[in-house]
Design a protein around this ligand. Sequence first.
Ligand SMILES: NC(=O)c1ccc[n+]([C@@H]2O[C@H](COP(=O)([O-])OP(=O)(O)OC[C@H]3O[C@@H](n4cnc5c(N)ncnc54)[C@H](O)[C@@H]3O)[C@@H](O)[C@H]2O)c1
Length: 345
Amino acid sequence: MNKIIIKGKNSDSEIFIGNSIDILPEYLPKEKVLVITDDTVGKLYNTFFPEFPTLKINSGEVSKNLSTIEYLVDQMLDIGVDRSWFILGFGGGVVCDIVGFLASIYMRGIPFGFVATTLLAQVDASVGGKNAVNVFGYKNIIGTFNQPKFVVCDPFFLKTLSMDEINCGIAEILKYGLISDSKIFDMLDKNYSEVLNLKTDLIEDLVYRSITIKASIVNQDEEEKNIRKLLNFGHTIAHILEKNQYISHGKAVFTGMKFATELSAQKSYISMEKSKKIVSLLKKYNFLSKYPDKETLISNLSKDKKKDGSNLSFVYIEDIGKAIIKSLTIKELGEDINELLKHSL
Ligand SMILES: NC(=O)c1ccc[n+]([C@@H]2O[C@H](COP(=O)([O-])OP(=O)(O)OC[C@H]3O[C@@H](n4cnc5c(N)ncnc54)[C@H](O)[C@@H]3O)[C@@H](O)[C@H]2O)c1
């Protein structure tokens, strides 16, 4: 088992990677703990839940909204949860986002921790202290920065994931490889079937490398004022795809990374040879969608919640393992996108 620490503004976060579920009792208070999970994880893994009151939400993105928060607050008041309690989120990225947000605002904040049960939650959603819920169809539009006290990332829980869920995690792992660690890229390239079959030591290594990169970035820029924006590689376009094509986050991120790579090659930030190598790996995992049309892209970019006036930070790639952030106007980005779409099918 490995441990990585994130030093947050309000609290440190200890992240355990590997065979780590057994350490849970050590890190939980002896009483006044509330477990929050979803239906699927509740059915599959209830024997692993500590013996405390447990609340379940419906599985999936449909639950990531204020109605779920209201439902949970109502239940928590009935149970008598107050600021002396601790909330344990046991589940994927949706449970982590809901619990992180709820714990940050309930009675102005109570401590919380996660057992992350999807690959995506282990390498991304549970780590780094961002949380959010969706409102009026706008994804992650209200949320906070607040670190969980601990995160348990045990590969044991991943064996029951669907292939789509595995691919969603791989999308983020590949993102870390592309922006910061060419070894991750090589591992994903050379061990395609072992990765998809979740070979334990390989997955553990990939999760460890991914969290190491995220932790290092978050330790330098917890509130995404500069370098944390690197983690948005592929995500500017991915968010538009998710909203307009109703595809999974992972498929959208694979497609968004292909788009950003091709845009980087068009602008000569990366060589054509390297760009082709990246696109070929993206295609190998067979989890790509179509690009949206130019009008959809531009109108959605103008509404991007991360834009700053008429400018937007876009993450380009310079090499496998090296990304750069450039600020440009929506008009400039629109012209580049127009050019790219002329040449892609
Ligand atoms: N806060 C952040 O920094 C951050 C980062 C990335 C993604 N996210 C958010 O995370 C969410 C996506 O996360 P996700 O893909 O984990 O989605 P999810 O939590 O909806 O999980 C996907 C599905 O897998 C099921 N599941 C969970 N664990 C399982 C297991 N071990 N075996 C079988 N099934 C299991 C869930 O019940 C659900 O049906 C999105 O809402 C996204 O916005 C947040």
